[in-house]
Structure formats: structure tokens, C-alpha cells
Ligand binder design. Structure first.
Ligand code: SF4
Length: 70
């Protein structure tokens, strides 16, 4: 199962903004996870893409800039 789609060379999370379990599972297996500053934390899960400094919110979801296509 993949949680990503590519749009304009950007990796966009397909779970939107309320797939908490998938966001945790993805971050737990990601070597690049790095917790964002406290003001930017989105959910109570310690390790989650939603709390990662490399996610950039979009209208519907977020982009992972670490996964950006070259
Ligand atoms: S947002 Fe990107 S870098 Fe951060 S944990 Fe998720 S997949 Fe990894």
C-alpha cells in the first residue's frame, strides 16, 4: 500500500488531513522523520508525518519535501 501520489513532481500524502494511523505508520518507517517546532505540531501522536518538519500543508493534505522528485 502506498500513501503517496505524485503531482507536479511533489509527493502528496493520499490520506488527507485525518488519516492519523497512516500518518503514524508512515513516519515510524521513515528515516527522515524530524519533529517540527511545538507551535507547528498538529496531533498528539509523537511520531507522525502530521508533526514532521518536512511536511508542507496543501489545501487537502500535505506534501513531503523529503520525498520531492528530482
Ligand atoms: S513527512 Fe516525509 S520526511 Fe516526514 S516522516 Fe513523513 S515521509 Fe518522512
Amino acid at each position: 500500500m502506498t500513501n503517496w501520489t505524485i503531482k507536479d513532481g511533489k509527493s502528496i500524502f493520499t490520506g488527507g488531513k485525518d488519516s492519523y494511523k497512516a500518518a503514524v505508520q508512515t513516519a515510524e518507517s521513515c528515516p527522515s522523520f524530524s519533529e517540527d517546532c511545538e507551535d507547528e505540531l498538529f496531533c498528539s501522536d509523537a511520531v507522525s508525518c502530521y508533526n514532521c518538519r518536512y511536511r508542507r500543508w496543501t489545501t487537502e493534505s500535505f506534501e513531503c519535501i523529503k520525498r520531492r522528485q528530482k
